[in-house]
Design a protein around this ligand. Structure first.
Ligand code: CDP
Ligand code: MG
Length: 721
């Protein structure tokens, strides 16, 4: 970080440099190096790791390969003592005194639930203990994490503790990235990744132990995994299953596994006092600000960390705090305000790591993204207003919303149990054919389940008996949402798989392709609109961006000139390469048809026809199947195009203050009837001169009678019918 910030300051006049440094930082090189190795150089030992930054770790960089000779020498000189320090640190962890007892418990039981406070050493130590005790002679120790960032950062840490190169004995695997080798014995991975492994290795024969970590988070993948493992242990008496969890849910987990014993790791590292405000604070930003100021003037030295829900809120809080402090006119000690969120420019991010001057106090305003990846040493204060921005899915509208929601113990549990259960399509490939009767620890809401069945059926992934079709099996090969997978499989028919995997890769990167610096917004917007000439729509524009970049030999300079983010493009290229390999696996030929835009749009429609919308008189849209009013998102190339296209297909619908469609492309309504005759009828797409606006056909109509019967028989909540 220091290296880049120095360069950055020195060459501040060069705009490209700034972006480059920022992107390099985003790529996680610096963040990781300082975050987990040279901890001491960060004066306050804050470790910040961002989900999207860590996606781009280049393991060789972490190993120091890419540093020049001088640095290598100095690293070598200190490495021995560094590893000694790490070994000493391991012995100070709360779990250490229980090492042998824990190993005995594992030896004596096939399933063990392990609970202990955050920081007690479960994630980093247990797999190492098992390795030291010889379990890895019989197979790998696999440890699952609900988050990609956790899988990666923990693997980095453990490889350092074991003194091995990341990706050799200790590695990680996450979607689109495999950092393991033949030698790997301790493997950290996302729970979704282990599910994928089960497809190819149903008995998990290459593993001797599976540790399902952070099981209390109860993601959909974790829950499915627990169900599968519960089944697997009947057939593999030699495999050990460890489930680590926060205290709350341990009993439930134990009961689920036929009363598996619970191993408690007593004690925590640092005592934490928790103070709640007496009544819920609706003006929570204000409450947080008051709390910060109170801590600052009344409490002993120590920095403050405040969790907020997003960039805007962080900026607002910063301004108000500054304003109040100015109002106090130098009567209080200095308060250094450090915002931190993913899109913050480098030179501001580095502020966090600068030493706090004597008598001053630092307050870090962060998003909850940092929550689990953040280690605060020493005495510190945390202000948590208890709100979080959640992506939630409403099964009755089929709409995803980004809402600021309060978190409470009850609602947190509720959410964990209820949300994120929209894609059980992947279970079918796992040989769970009776999904509705699958032994879930908490079954998903019947409504969500039916919605998912309905979608998979509409896409042709399931037949009328609820079984996986040939199309469905091909779709399951792609680690993507069902509609994206379907779009790829359908591209075969339109002879444009080359273009479609590019579009799928670009969509998978998320909304971070374009760079829009504050002082150059007009330039950036013009550059962006260049890809939209002919009002081709956002999907094709993404294709144009990628193809132009490819034509320029994947040049960085091209990215800077076009206000496109290098790291996002690199990631798209990576994902695209992998999709290309998967195409071969499902025997779809790579075919290019770049001049036939309609063919490409038809392939897109083949996956996304459930996401179509029709223009209303007032300039907003009505989605067809589950009628919702929505507008074209301002970031879309079609947002300014007037009159708006009459029919569009969109990638996602987000609800902020209004419903917005993101990534929008115009379509011809007759395609809907041609591509999905089981889903759309002519009356749905009639000429709008007839005054009637088509209404969605209600909840179950696109399910076949047989499938409907199957659902009725199996779903317990008969009230839905
Ligand atoms: O899993 P649990 O929360 O019980 O603890 P852990 O993740 O194994 O962490 C044990 C200790 O390792 C923490 O207190 C950190 O000091 C250290 N650690 C680290 O430095 N870097 C990481 N990426 C993970 C853990
Ligand atoms: Mg842990």
């Amino acid at each position: 970080l220091q290296r880049y910030s120095q360069e950055n300051l020195a060459e501040n006049t060069k705009p490209f440099k700034e972006q480059e440094a920022w992107e390099e930082h985003q790529m996680g090189k610096a963040a990781l190096k300082y975050g987990s190795e040279n901890k001491n150089q960060i004066s306050d030992n804050y470790q910040f790791v961002f989900e999207d930054q860590i996606d781009f770790i280049d393991p060789s960089v972490i190993d120091g390969d890419k540093f020049d000779d001088q640095e290598m020498v100095s690293e070598k000189k200190t490495s021995k003592s560094a590893s000694e320090i790490l070994q000493d640190e391991r012995k100070t962890l709360p779990i250490y005194p229980y090492r042998d007892e824990l190993l005995r418990a594992v030896e004596n039981h096939q399933v063990l639930v392990i609970i202990g406070e955050t920081g007690s050493g479960k994630t980093t130590q247990v797999p190492q203990y098992l390795h030291e005790a010889g379990y890895t002679k019989r197979g790998k120790v696999g440890c699952t994490q609900p988050r990609r960032v956790a899988a990666m950062s923990v693997a980095v840490r453990v490889s350092q503790e074991m003194g091995v190169k990341l990706g050799r004995e200790v590695g990680y695997s996450i979607r689109f990235e495999d950092c393991t080798s033949e030698k790997t014995v301790v493997e950290y991975m996302t729970d979704g990744m282990l599910l994928r492994n089960i497809i190819s290795e149903p008995n998990l024969t290459s593993y001797s132990v599976i540790m399902v970590d952070e099981a209390h988070e109860r993601t959909m993948s974790t829950d499915i995994l627990l169900g599968l493992l519960k089944d697997l242990i009947k057939y593999r008496s030699d495999i050990k299953v460890l489930i680590s969890s926060a205290t709350l849910d341990a009993e439930k987990l134990s009961n689920y596994f036929d009363f598996a014993p619970i191993f408690k790791i007593p004690g925590g590292r640092y005592p934490v006092e928790v103070h709640y405000t007496k009544v819920p604070e609706s003006e929570y930003i204000d409450a947080a600000i008051v709390t910060v100021l109170q801590i600052h003037v009344t409490q002993a030295p120590g920095n403050i960390l405040v969790f907020l829900t997003g960039q805007e809120e962080i900026e607002t809080t910063k301004e108000i705090l500054n304003h109040r402090i100015r109002g106090l006119g130098g009567k209080i000690p200095e308060l250094i305000i450090c915002p931190i969120y993913a899109n913050l420019p480098t030179e501001l991010q580095t502020k966090i790591f600068e030493p706090t001057p004597k008598r001053a106090r630092k307050v870090v305003l962060a998003t909850n993204i940092a929550e689990t990846s953040l280690t605060i040493d020493g005495k510190k204060y945390v202000v948590d207003p208890g709100f979080v921005k959640v992506k939630s899915y409403n099964p009755s509208t089929g709409m995803e919303s980004l809402l600021i929601s309060p978190i409470s113990k009850a609602s947190a549990n509720q959410r964990a149990g209820r949300s994120g259960r929209t894609g059980p399509g992947k279970c079918f490939s796992l040989g769970i054919d009776d999904l509705v009767n699958f032994d879930f620890i908490d079954p998903p809401a019947a409504e969500s389940l039916i919605k998912a069945l309905e979608l998979l059926f509409a896409l042709g992934a399931l037949n009328k008996f609820g079984e996986l079709t040939k199309v469905g099996r091909r779709m399951a090969e792609f680690p993507l949402d069902p509609m994206l997978s379907k779009m790829i499989v359908a591209s075969d028919k339109y002879r444009c798989s080359d273009e479609i995997i590019t579009i799928a890769a670009m969509l998978s990167v998320g909304n971070s392709i374009f760079y829009r610096p504050k002082e150059k917004q007009v330039h950036a917007d013009n550059a962006r609109m260049n890809f939209h000439s002919g009002n081709v729509g956002d999907h094709i524009a993404l294709l144009m961006v990628y193809n132009s970049w490819r034509e320029c030999d994947y040049s960085k300079q091209w990215c800077y000139d076009n206000y496109v983010q290098v790291r996002s493009m690199k990631r798209a290229r990576d994902i695209r390469d992998q999709l290309e390999r998967l195409l071969k696996r499902v025997e779809i030929e790579i075919a290019s048809n770049v001049n036939d835009l309609n063919a490409i749009k038809k392939a897109i429609t083949s996956g996304f026809f459930p996401h179509s919308a029709r223009l209303k008189k007032d300039g907003s849209y009505l989605t067809i199947k589950h009628p919702q009013t929505a507008r074209i998102h301002p970031s879309s190339g079609l947002a300014q195009v007037l009159p708006h296209p009459r029919w569009v297909v969109y990638n996602e619908l987000v609800l902020t203050t209004k419903g917005y469609m993101r990534q929008v492309t115009e379509l011809k309504p007759e395609w809907l009837v041609e591509i999905a005759p089981h889903y759309y009828q002519l009356k749905d797409v009639e000429d709008p001169t007839s005054k009637k606006i088509p209404q969605g056909q209600g909840f179950f109509t696109s399910l076949s009678q047989e499938l409907l019967q199957f659902v009725i028989e199996h779903v317990e909540d008969k009230n839905l019918f």
